[in-house]
Design a protein around this ligand. Structure first.
Ligand SMILES: Nc1ncnc2c1ncn2[C@@H]1O[C@H](COP(=O)(O)OP(=O)(O)OP(=O)(O)O)[C@@H](O)[C@H]1O
Length: 120
C-alpha cells in the first residue's frame, strides 16, 4: 500500500495539505487574503448572492490565494538558490509578484460585478 499508486497519491495529498497549512500559518499576505475571503463570504451570505456569483467568488478567491502561494514558493526558491542581490533574482520576483497582482485585479473586478448591483 505504502508505495502503491494510491499510497503515493495519498502521501502527496498530505504534503499539499501541509503546504497549505504552512502558508496560512507563516505568510502574512496569505493571512490577509484569508481574512478578506471570509469577509467577502459574509458579504455573499448577507446579500444572498446567486449560485453563479458564489462560484465566481470562490474562483476569484482560489485564483488569488493559489497565485500568492506560488509567488511565496518562487521567492523562497530564489532566496535559497541566490541569497545575494542580483538583477535576475529581482526580475524573477517582480514577475512572480506581477502574477499575484493580475489575479488580485481580476478578483476586484469580479467583486465589483457581483456586489455593485446589490449596493447601488
Ligand atoms: N536578491 C534580490 N536581488 C534583487 N532584487 C531583489 C532581491 N530580493 C528582493 N528584490 C526586490 O525586492 C522586491 C521584494 O522582494 P521580497 O523578497 O522582499 O518580496 P516581498 O513581496 O516583500 O515578499 P515578502 O513580504 O513575502 O517577504 C522584489 O520584487 C525585487 O524587486
Amino acid at each position: 500500500m505504502k508505495n502503491s499508486f494510491l499510497g503515493k497519491r495519498i502521501r502527496g495529498g498530505g504534503y499539499a495539505i501541509k503546504g497549505a497549512w504552512l502558508l496560512l500559518k507563516h505568510e502574512q499576505s496569505i493571512q490577509v487574503q484569508f481574512v478578506i475571503s471570509i469577509l467577502v463570504c459574509i458579504a455573499g451570505w448577507y446579500f444572498e448572492i446567486t449560485r453563479t456569483e458564489w462560484i465566481l467568488q470562490f474562483f476569484a478567491i482560489g485564483l488569488v490565494m493559489a497565485s500568492e502561494g506560488l509567488n511565496t514558493a518562487i521567492e523562497a526558491m530564489a532566496d535559497f538558490v541566490h541569497p545575494d542581490f542580483h538583477s535576475k533574482i529581482g526580475h524573477i520576483k517582480d514577475v512572480a509578484a506581477g502574477s499575484v497582482f493580475i489575479a488580485a485585479l481580476i478578483a476586484v473586478i469580479i467583486a465589483g460585478f457581483i456586489y455593485l448591483p446589490y449596493i447601488f
